[in-house]
Every structure is written in C-alpha cells, then in structure tokens.
Design a protein around this ligand. Sequence first.
Ligand code: ZN
Length: 327
Amino acid sequence: MEIKELVYEGVKLVFDPPKLKTSIEELLLQVGGILSEAVVVLKGGDGEAYYPSVVSFQSEKLRELGLKMVNLLKDVDIEVKGLIYVHYDEYLAEECGTVETSGKKPEGFICPLNEMYEEQFLKILEEISQINIENLIFALTGYASGSYCFCEKCKATFAMDRRMPKDFNLTTLQGEKELYNEWIEWRSNNIEIFLSKAVEKAKELNINPVFAIEFDPILRFEEGLKESLGIDVKKVANLFNHFIIMVNPWEVLLPRMGSKGFNELVQRIKKLRREVNKKLSLMYWPPNEEELKTLVQLKEETNSENLYVFLQYPEQFKNWREIRTIT
Ligand SMILES: [Zn+2]
C-alpha cells in the first residue's frame, strides 16, 4: 500500500532504514505534516547497526542512516520509537547461537542463556541511548521455538541443578512429565532474568522499553508462548508498561472483519489486556487494503492505543517463520 494511504488511516509506520524506497527527506515533504509518531528499526536481522556502534556489525554506508533518520524525524516533532530484534542477530549468533534438540544451529537465533550475548546486548542498549531514543521496542524475544535450546551451556546448567546426566534431548524430557514441566519453567525463568536485566539497564539509560508480544494461532496465542518461546506473560507483564501485540505474525492471515475468528481475536486481546493491565497497541507486517480495514477495526474494538505497520517484510522473515512455527 502507498505510504500516504496508511498515514491517512492514522497508522504509525515502521521504517527499516536500508529498505526505504523514498528518501526520508522526500517522505517528510509528502506526509511529515500528518505524522505524529514513527518507529525506526535500529539494527537489522543480519546484526548490522544503523547507528555508530562498536559492538555490532557495521558498514560505512549504513552506520549513519538510522541515526540520520531518527534526527530528521525528531526535528519536525515526530515521536520516534526504536526497534531491535532481541534474540535474533546473524552476526552475534556465530558465537552465541542457539542449538536445536537435534543439534542443528539455525541461522541468527540466539541462546537466551548465553552470557556473552547478554553482555553485548546491554552494551547495545548503551549505544542506543547515545542517539536519544526514549522508547525502544523489544521484538523477537525468547527461545527460537519449543525445540530449543540444547546448547552445551543450557544442557549442563539444567542437568547440574537436577543432578542428572546431560545427554538429554526434547524427546527424553517430554517422556517425563514432571521433568518436562521443570524444563518449561526453567526456560521461562531464564527469559525473565534476561529481560529484567535489560529493562533495568534501559531504565538507567532513560529508555522506556516496550515489549512486542507475538500473538499467533500457531503459537496458541499468549497461552502457548511459555512452552514455545519461554515467555510467561504474567512474569513479563511486571517489567513493561506498554505491550505491542504482533497480530498473527506467523500465520500471516487475518480473520475477515465480523467473522467468528475476528470476534474471537477481539476477545483474546481483551483478555490479554485484563491479564497484563498495561497500555496495548497492535502491530502487523505490510497490510493489503483488506487487512488494513480489519486492523483498523481491530484497534477500535480492542481500544488499542496505536496501530504500527511495517512497510516491507524484513529480509529474514521466511527464516523466522520457518523456525518459529515448528511445533
Ligand atoms: Zn543454549
């Protein structure tokens, strides 16, 4: 869809700096007057930072691009939120990558227990605070899927606490109900600890963290998130004041407006609102016309604060979807 059409619907745009087809200057001339807020992706899935960084991978061409965009938007009083992918970084995954139960390493996904990554992530927050970002969206947080993480560190840590041999895999865990429940609980504790540290650091740096929650039927919405990604919504709810619901990010199909599926989605979002009791917004990949109407209606019926949409699919989308939807 045209940027203009989206903006006139009151939608907030997510800009991915290297993918923008029109220059930001040109774009501001066209729609700057009616933009009140925008999101800028600050680091791509490939791990490249669009701001001056020593921690992340960087090319001459892009190192100033995101920073320039943030400044131009702020100059005309547009509120800017940054966005980063928390547990996905193709550059840092070479050393901090996660391992599937079969021993495979998927591209880009990070082990949430990896200490080196945690350290790097906190430094990334420091670098981001240097470019005057007040709000930062944490996207793609958690384990890659329910089949992770079986790296040496994860296996050794889980086994040691339980005094059991570390030659287990997902099938052996699932064969013992109690042990499997402990595994699920342990993973969600790991995510909670990681996020607590990240949130604490962000607040120290005067960055308000916003949590993007993947709300998808394939992951059984918020109910399935603990078992798949290790995200316990009740625990995470204490850490953030603003939640952005990524609507059906992996199914990539929206129920038709007014249909049974649509009404169910409205009820689910309302239920989530009661559970987290925080500000809620919606987010979606680039919508077509029909989807935009559905999203606008969904925003209205769920009293959501904002509707954010990407202008393009991220390059890694296919990889993300493939790994996320393994059940
Ligand atoms: Zn691991």
